[in-house]
Design a protein around this ligand. Structure first.
Ligand code: UD1
Length: 430
């Protein structure tokens, strides 16, 4: 077991390279199951979740080859990986693999679409709410799949072997259910319409790659997708979109220390709601040729009122980090979580560092304090864990963060990236 030691007080200055987005890399890797040709993905982040999904894909029969990085480039520049699902040797994704990462459940869609059958364990993932899968199952059933849930597994098959196009209206926006319905629809017979589709940049990235693979999709980036199913898709090459959540996280780390950093490759168009909230908080995030520059606009941080929403709203994946930042703002912030009902486990850990936070149902009231003081804390989920790093950067003395495996799932080389811009942060044996 390892822990992270953060000694607060240093200003962050310089440049941080933003990696490829985890939440785009995962569905893109899964999309390889839709074709027997090679899918080459550039700008792949090196993360525990990617490695875990590679294990599952390998188990299903996908050949994976790391083609390496381009010569002479920094170690934070993403890898190129080739995936070939020439023969799918198994259509079962077992519990011990899927339980470690929720997104691996998404193999259900492509397996059904390509092989006409799949048996996939119900998922695990971050404990941030009940996280049901009803929307996925209803969408696939509408496309003609017979679905049973037996002994913790979703067992699905398609009579006649090929899914049929359908008119799917999601009652609620779901990123994962949109990925799965979209991937399944590319190989279904006839047209599929998906209404109330998620518009997250990671959905757009997947859709763009599917088009390169021969899929016919209209409405990319809007909440209504029209897909004309094809009998087969072919190989393609695609570069993964930069990680907006990593960029937003480092932006808040920089603001917390009153520093100034260029977030290389970060894209403003994927972060507009976040940039607006930062402006209210007194943090300037400005576009430059090479990325986004972050610094405080004029001194103090100000309290904000925010609620999380599906894209293009303020992302739930930046909620915990914003709460950490607001512990040091002037005034009382109100942060409402509308996507996941239990995504406040970082609150008690931030309070251990001296934060003043009151929970009222789905809303946290964060009263800014003059000082945070380092203490041992526990990472509870992926994004919560990095909120403790942000708090630790401003805390007096040493903050000791335990349960690092959450962090390693989704942040590439976090302590190297932060120490390169001046943070006092190191990994140690727990
Ligand atoms: C994805 C992201 C996660 C992000 C979330 C919301 C990945 C790997 N993960 O998760 O980081 O926090 O989007 O932006 O991309 N829901 C149902 N029934 C379903 C499916 C979802 O009720 O069948 C609910 C969920 O409980 C939640 C809401 O829909 O309340 C949104 O969840 P969803 O967008 O599906 O999240 P994920 O795709 O799991």
């Amino acid at each position: 077991m390892e822990k992270l030691l953060v000694r607060g007080g240093n200003r962050l200055e310089g440049e941080i390279h933003i990696s490829g987005a985890k939440n785009a890399a995962l569905p893109l890797m899964i999309a390889t199951l839709l074709t027997d040709e090679t899918l080459t993905l550039h700008n792949m982040p090196r993360l525990a979740d990617v490695a875990q999904l590679q294990k599952i894909l390998g188990h299903l029969g996908v050949d994976i080859m790391i083609a390496g990085r381009r010569q002479g480039q920094s170690r934070f520049v993403g890898e190129t990986v080739r995936y070939v699902a020439r023969d799918i040797v198994d259509t079962t994704a077992p519990y011990d693999m899927v339980s470690k990462m929720r997104a691996s459940f998404w193999v259900l869609g492509p397996l059904l679409a390509r092989c006409g059958a799949a048996k996939v364990s119900l998922p695990g993932g971050c404990a941030i709410g009940t996280r049901p899968v009803d929307l996925y199952l209803k969408a696939l059933a509408q496309m003609g799949a017979d679905i049973d849930v037996e002994a913790g597994y979703v067992v699905a098959s398609v009579h006649g072997g090929r899914l049929k196009g359908a008119h799917i209206v999601f009652p609620k926006v779901s990123v994962g259910a949109t990925h799965v319905a979209l991937m399944a629809a590319t190989l279904a017979e006839g047209e599929t319409v998906i209404e109330n589709a998620a518009r997250e940049p990671e959905v757009v990235d997947l859709a763009n790659c599917l088009v390169k693979m021969g899929a016919v999709i209209e409405g990319i980036g809007t909440s209504t997708l029209h897909i004309q199913g094809k009998e087969r898709l072919h190989g393609a090459e695609h570069s993964i979109v930069p990680d907006r959540i990593e960029a937003g996280t480092y932006a808040m780390a920089v603001a917390m220390t009153d520093g100034e950093v260029l977030l290389r490759d970060a894209q403003a168009e994927t972060l507009s709601a976040f940039i607006d909230v930062m402006a209210q908080a007194g943090v300037a995030v400005t576009e430059e040729e090479k990325g986004l520059r972050v610094r405080r606009a004029n001194g103090a941080l100000r309290a904000v009122a925010v609620e999380t929403q599906p894209f293009p709203g303020f992302p739930t994946d930046l909620q915990a980090q914003l709460m950490a930042l607001m512990t040091r703002a002037d005034g009382v912030s109100s942060i409402r979580e509308t996507i996941f009902e239990n995504r406040f486990m970082h609150v008690q850990e931030l309070v251990r560092l001296g934060a003043d936070i009151t929970l009222m149902g789905d809303t946290a009231l964060v009263k800014g304090v003059d000082r945070l003081i380092g203490a041992p804390v526990m990472a509870t989920d992926l994004r919560a864990s990095v909120s403790l790093v942000i708090a630790g950067l401003a805390a007096e003395g040493e903050t000791e963060i335990h349960r690092l495996y959450h962090l390693d799932r989704g942040f590439e080389a976090l302590e190297q990236k932060l120490s390169a811009v001046g943070a006092d942060i190191e990994r140690a044996a727990a």
